[in-house]
Design a protein around this ligand. Structure first.
Ligand code: NAP
Ligand code: GFB
Length: 364
């Protein structure tokens, strides 16, 4: 190993080919070195996907830790899907995510990884609980039945984190984002979340002169966070947050919007003028799940979120420009291994021995 390599600490991001991981990769590649959301001198960021190792498998997970010896892990890898995918596959979502999360945390402990931030979701909260959702309410009742498999698997990470801390003193925590959207999302017509799903449906309706059909009544309310904003909040957590208590990563609870407002915004942004209707035979899922971001905002001292319309504009633009390399569920460049991906960040210079160097180091 060269001297510069030996001075480096490694941060691994699992699930980095997905929506959130691609955004972290892009922020890390483009924010200036040593800036609040940029790389720090002496850090090596490793962005992994399923072809680098199947994290459902304990041996492959352990081999990943042995290979990279990460000082910290941002753990995003998961079986992820929208309402309809979850409703069809509650057992698969439960099993795969339980396996992945258990392997990641057990190997992190065995390899003495100093910090792990795992990703949950606001669907982990009880279906029936007083709003707004806050970090203290995760375990106060059963989650919504539509996604009970995924929700229980993700909830369990919070239990695991507390048990690892109690028994072994580990610094494992979790982030709880609301519904995320942005470039590099999964735009599958059936299995994706609402924004990428509706963008793809509207794109095809415009192209083929067919009706644009939105599932459900359009009345449910959701909070949405732009993936590039979420990426910055994750990087902040990695640098600054060392508590086992989970943190909700969201826009404010007053920023709920209806599915109809989302569909209207997509229609406007895509310039669609054809027939547009709701299929009320399809499920609405949970009616609302407003989450409070008060905790992270008080810790960060504020954060400027990208306005919804600006983020939607950027996402539509990315989707239209990258249709062939996007995850559309169709046979395209993405399925032939030429999936659109952000470029790799440049290597960072080695850390300097100066006292003001802020690289995440082994004593973190
Ligand atoms: P995504 O786009 O579907 O990406 C999932 C990532 O996980 C991909 O990199 C995938 O690798 C990897 N992966 C899946 N199964 C794996 C396995 N068995 N072994 C190794 N890697 C595996 O998901 P995302 O939307 O970015 O979600 C990232 C995290 O945010 C997840 O933990 C999710 O639960 C959470 N989250 C997402 C949302 C949302 O609205 N999207 C909301 C709240 C929370 P390949 O690309 O190689 O398959
Ligand atoms: O993004 P979504 O699937 O997630 O949104 P959830 C579902 C809402 O959008 C429901 C409506 O009210 C649907 O009726 N909708 C309308 C559509 N058209 C579509 C469409 O084409 N596709 C989809 N997917 N929905 C997921 C959970 O719930 O949220 C996951 O199931 C995860 O576990 C994720 O936590 C963040 O907010 O309902």
């Amino acid at each position: 190993m060269s001297t510069s390599e030996s001075q480096q600490v490694t941060i691994v991001v699992t699930g980095a080919s997905g929506l959130v991981g691609s955004a972290i990769k892009q922020v890390i590649a483009t924010e200036p070195l040593d800036s609040p959301y940029g790389r720090r001198r002496g850090e090596r960021w490793v962005f992994l996907r399923s072809t680098d190792g199947d994290l459902r498998d304990p041996a492959q997970t352990d081999a990943m830790y042995a290979k990279y010896k990460p000082v910290a892990v941002i753990h995003l890898a998961a079986l992820v899907g929208g309402l309809f995918n979850n409703m069809r596959h509650n057992l698969t979502f439960l099993r795969e995510n339980l396996l992945i999360n258990d392997n990641i945390l057990w190997s992190a402990y065995k390899h003495n990884t100093k910090k792990v931030i795992s990703c949950l979701s606001t669907c982990v909260f009880p279906d029936k609980v007083e709003y707004p959702l806050t970090e203290a309410k995760i375990h106060l009742g059963p989650p919504h039945s539509s996604n009970f498999g995924y929700s229980h698997a993700k909830r369990m990470v919070d239990v695991q984190n507390r048990a690892y801390k109690e028994e072994f003193g580990c610094n494992f925590s979790s982030a709880i984002p609301t519904n995320v959207f942005g470039p590099y999302d999964n735009f599958d017509l059936e299995d994706s979340h609402v924004i990428p799903g509706l963008m793809h449906k509207c794109y095809l309706a415009k192209k083929n002169g067919t009706p644009f059909i939105v599932s459900g009544t359009g009345k449910p309310l959701r909070q949405f966070i732009y993936s590039l904003d979420l990426a910055k909040l994750f990087i902040w957590m990695l640098r600054e947050y060392d508590s086992v208590e989970p943190l909700i990563l969201s826009v404010g609870e007053d920023e709920e919007i209806s599915i109809k407002e989302v569909a209207d915004a997509i229609v406007r942004e895509m310039g669609f003028t054809g027939e547009y209707r709701f299929d009320t035979t399809k499920s609405d899922g949970q009616f609302r799940k407003p989450a409070s971001n008060a905790q992270i905002m008080s810790l960060m001292g504020g954060f400027k979120f990208t306005p919804f319309d600006v983020a939607l504009h950027e996402t539509v633009k990315w989707f239209e420009e990258n249709y062939d390399g996007a995850r559309t569920g169709f046979k395209n460049s993405a399925t032939e291994g030429k999936r659109a991906q952000p470029k790799e960040p440049e290597p960072t210079p080695p850390s300097s021995p100066r006292a003001d160097s802020k690289a995440l180091n082994a004593s973190t």
